[in-house]
Design a protein around this ligand. Structure first.
Ligand code: NAD
Length: 281
């Protein structure tokens, strides 16, 4: 049973993953490049826990903060039984992380990526004992979403799948195990919808607000696709679509030019304060 977990990347996903692990009484070491980012992640965790308790979604006696330690030194995850990488959606960055983890961690530690789209098989090829590599695709916001899309590469051992599935249950989440294909299942279906919504705005058929209103009121979406794109991060949406276009060789995945322009202009959605909507920081 996994009791010590390392999380690499303290952005919105790494913070959320750390929070749910700590709430399940698992010791977590959270790593990022900057101390500022780690401080923000801790403050977000504290605020999120308070809100969950206020709403009765977390028992008052749960105190996860002592389970979390933060560091800018990746070597601190050396004694973890599982390390979850949740850094920026960029294959070269992730490759460098797994190459370092291969040196740092014990040879039987499970190495997992929270990637939205990148081949788990290609990441597995970097490490010794690739049977311990797996995709654990948490959903955003992590404390509220009940699914973990688990991705098994060809090399992934069944005991690795079993360990991650058991951990998912302890987190109160449902693991659905799928094969390793570009963007897996959720994003393979979701991102073309977001891309099409952006094209509708780009061509002037409707405003972002109208698109989201139509899809929530008319199609029963809990949240409009453009509000969701802002929440995911427009840079992450673009990376996923770029990868799908290149790897699936299908023009329907070609990112809308407006999406690329917004990313170039640093309009990344909630995390930068402006995307299709404006946000108070
Ligand atoms: P983010 O931009 O909020 O955070 C990324 C973090 O990674 C930043 O804090 C950055 O400082 C850190 N980082 C970058 N390089 C690093 C390195 N070498 N070492 C340590 N830390 C490093 O991104 P995010 O939205 O949290 O996404 C992270 C991963 O999760 C991506 O692979 C993304 O595709 C995936 N994901 C995102 C969502 C979503 O809705 N945003 C959902 C599921 C999965």
């Amino acid at each position: 049973m996994i009791k010590r977990v390392g999380v690499i990347g303290a952005g919105q996903m790494g913070q959320g993953i750390t929070q749910v692990l700590a709430c399940a009484d698992i010791a977590v070491t959270l790593v990022d490049l900057s101390q500022d980012q780690l401080d923000t992640a801790l403050a977000t965790t504290e605020a999120s826990i308070a809100k969950l308790k206020e709403r009765g979604k977390l028992a008052a006696e749960v105190n996860p903060l002592p389970n979390i330690s933060v560091t800018t030194e990746m070597g601190q995850v050396a004694d973890c039984e599982l390390v979850i990488e949740a850094v920026t959606e960029d294959e070269m960055t992730k490759r460098r992380i797994f190459s370092s983890l291969n040196e740092i961690c014990s040879s039987d530690a499970i190495l997992a990526s929270n990637t939205s789209s990148i081949s788990i098989g290609r990441l597995a090829a970097i490490i010794d004992h690739p049977e311990r590599m797996i995709g654990v695709h948490f959903m955003n916001p992590v404390p509220l979403m009940p699914l973990i899309e688990v991705i098994e590469a060809k090399a992934t051992a069944q005991k690795t799948v079993a360990a991650v599935t058991e951990l998912s249950e302890r987190l109160g989440k449902t693991a659905v195990v799928v094969k390793d294909r570009p963007a897996f299942v959720l994003n393979r279906i979701l991102l073309p919808t977001i891309n099409e919504a952006i094209r509708v705005v780009e061509e002037g058929t409707a405003t972002a607000e109208q698109v989201d209103q139509i899809m929530t009121l008319g199609a029963g979406f809990p949240m409009g696709p453009l509000a969701l794109a802002d929440m995911i991060g427009l840079d992450t949406c673009l990376s996923i679509l770029d990868l799908m276009f290149v790897e699936l060789k299908d023009p329907r995945y070609l990112p809308a030019p407006m999406l690329r322009e917004m990313v170039i202009d640093q309009q990344l959605g909630r995390k930068s304060g402006v995307g299709f909507y404006r946000y108070d920081q």
